[in-house]
Design a protein around this ligand. Structure first.
Ligand code: TMP
Length: 219
């Protein structure tokens, strides 16, 4: 696969969405073809699963299985084909969110999450051709790190909260710790962005990383 896979992570209210769109525009100006997508979601079926996951109370195992089921659809039908075409895939959340929210936030067994990660991202994602076995993982992950207290004050002025946005500060403190653990386990892949600063300073930090990783050119 010749494309570049970039994911964006952070607790709810960390402010990543604006920067994903700006980065997509900048990449397109530089001649790259961009697939801008999100999780849970990104395909018609995965978007249906998203509505369930974000709005219906459910058993933690059910929740974990549904986010990974949505991910499998997304990998097979959107991410792998786009990477094969040589595109830049910008994905608003990916598996680190499952470790942060289901694992650290909810306390769901991370060994099971690792198994799901292995199955969903590691088995043939092209309809069964084992000769094209790949492990689908972002090349670069931006982690927008913001104290839970600050994110909560941003969310109070936003739309009515979904199931996750309505969680306590303690939950989001644990989610942040979950992201920190994922970064510690794979530091080369991660770029931590200090999201507790004005939006233009955050954008400057995003651009610096994108240039250093040769995602953006210097013009
Ligand atoms: P967002 O699109 O506004 O970021 O909302 C997606 C929500 O879903 C967010 O609260 C995090 C949550 N989520 C999980 O709990 N597990 C996952 O694997 C993913 C991708 C998202």
């Amino acid at each position: 696969m010749s494309g570049i896979f970039v994911s964006f992570e952070g607790i709810d209210g960390a402010g990543k969405s604006t920067h994903i769109h700006t980065l997509a525009q900048r990449l397109e100006q530089q001649g790259r073809v961009v697939t801008l997508t999100r999780e849970p979601g990104g395909t018609p079926l995965a978007e249906k699963l998203r509505l369930l996951v974000l709005n219906e109370p459910m058993d933690p195992m059910t929740e974990a299985l549904l986010v990974f089921a949505a991910r499998r659809e997304h990998i097979c039908h959107v991410i792998v084909p786009a990477l094969a075409r040589g595109e830049v895939v910008l994905c608003d959340r990916f598996t680190d969110a499952s470790f942060a929210y289901q694992g650290a936030g909810r306390g769901f067994d991370t060994a099971i999450l690792s198994q799901l990660e292995h199955w969903v991202q590691g088995s043939p994602a092209n309809g069964g051709d084992v000769s094209k076995h790949v492990f689908v993982q972002p090349d670069l992950t931006f982690w927008f790190d913001l104290p839970a207290q600050v994110a909560a004050s941003r969310l109070t002025i936003a739309r009515s909260p979904d199931k996750f946005e309505a969680q306590s500060k303690d939950f989001f403190d644990r989610v942040s710790q979950g992201y920190a653990l994922r970064m510690a386990a794979d530091p080369q892949r991660f770029a931590r962005i200090d999201a507790n600063q004005p939006q233009d300073a955050v954008w400057t930090a995003v651009q610096q990383v994108a240039r250093a990783r040769r995602l953006l050119t210097n013009d």
